[in-house]
Design a binder for this molecule. Sequence first.
Ligand code: KIV
Ligand code: ZN
Length: 512
Amino acid sequence: MQKIDIFDTTLRDGEQSAGINLNTGEKIEIAKQLERLGVTIIEAGFPASSPGDFDAVQRIANTVKGSIVTGLARCVQKDIDVTWEAIKGAAQPHIHVFLATSPIHMEYKLKKSPEQVVEQAVEAVKYAKSRFSLVQWSAEDAFRSDREFLVKIMNEVIAAGATTINVPDTVGYATPAEYGALFKFLLENVKGAEKVKFSAHCHNDLGMATANTIAAIENGALQVEGTINGIGERAGNVALEEVAVALKVRGDFYPYETTINLSEIKRTSQMVSKLTNVVIQPNKAIVGKNAFAHESGIHQDGMLKHPETYEIMSPSLIGEGEVPLVLGKHSGRAAFRDRAEKMGFDLSDERLNKAFDEFKKLADRKKEITEADLITLLTEQQVLIDDVPLFELKSVQVQYGTENIPTATVSAITPQGELKTLASTGSGSVEAIFNTLEQFFDGEINILDYRVSSVGKGRDALGEAVINLRYKDMTTTGRDAAQDVLEASAKAYLNAMNRQLIQASMRAQVTQ
Ligand code: KIV
Ligand code: ZN
């Protein structure tokens, strides 16, 4: 079996996509879960792009030891220096430098001749190699580049010290046959190809990312890059869970293996979806909520007679299924902490205690506490900076009747420690709550998106609210859950505003 390295870029290419805005705490949680999932390399961010990205990459490099941690850099000295500062604490410092090689990118974006591009790539790789033992070089838009030019530049960057050569289909234009053929051609023609690892990086604009990635593997790629749930710019990157499971389930056909711990897939997928607020389409392969659901009578009948009639893999393969209920209303704090740690949460004592209090309240009201409920309670406690004073909701009350004007009264503790109670009306209960909460702040707050959904099944399921809002020049997304959707909505609103305080505090630290 040939080993294929899995390079996860959920925190870089994935995070780069529209509407996703993870804070450092959330990025660290995802990185730790990726480590448990068994990915070979975690691309933790683009350190030179912002102080926030630098901080996240540095903290992940210093925390994660079971996977290699890398950061993206342009082929410029400053980016490489900044990336070194962020990554130098990692067990195996790795950098990912990239430069575009297609005619359209070189002429219009870079405004450089092919010769200048070769020179810049070689200089950057040499410079990176003077610090990092592992240097990955990417030919951005490789698929639309001239093949002979790719051979020329790859010959040179390998000679300059690159250890991995990435061949991205940046705009998702390739077909499987073409992308596979490109790898075959490069592996046969690039000097020193046998000394380095060739890597595939596919975008999904035409829905062919998984097929393209597997075609690359069949033609010699030893590393594949992608994201969890396929998140990423435009139509996203290849979904790594699809590649890993396809190689496993079709092991009769594909002689390749990865180090992915498949039973961590469902949990990783849910965590990424929850923290990024990117909903997984129900029929998404492997991780969609219907991926293992059988609806039609004929299918159900077949399944009852023999599961393999309609099931090519069991949901337990990816860690899905009935999670034994290990916690109930009589469970103690130690058991709760143990379960949280097993689920991959690493919270301070204070936050763990808060989650435990919420769990106790919930256990009093809800028959069954599911793993999804626990994930919701625990993720609510993941806040990036412990020392920024935040708003805390104390109570919310709404008077609603079809014949009268909805009125909300909200009490909250302000960051200054003062208990304030305010009231306002609205055309509906939610608007009344939002109008009231707005009064806690100075200026207008625009609601850009607001969604409510249930966590799991049943009439006593938790209600989860997600709200995306804009205040002054900042957009943030807040999320929270409660047994009542109105309470969840109020908490999600304050969560979004607390994220504004956290970001403002980070900005202030950077400008000091
Ligand atoms: O799609 C792409 O080309 C990239 C590069 C930065 C590797 O993400
Ligand atoms: Zn990409």
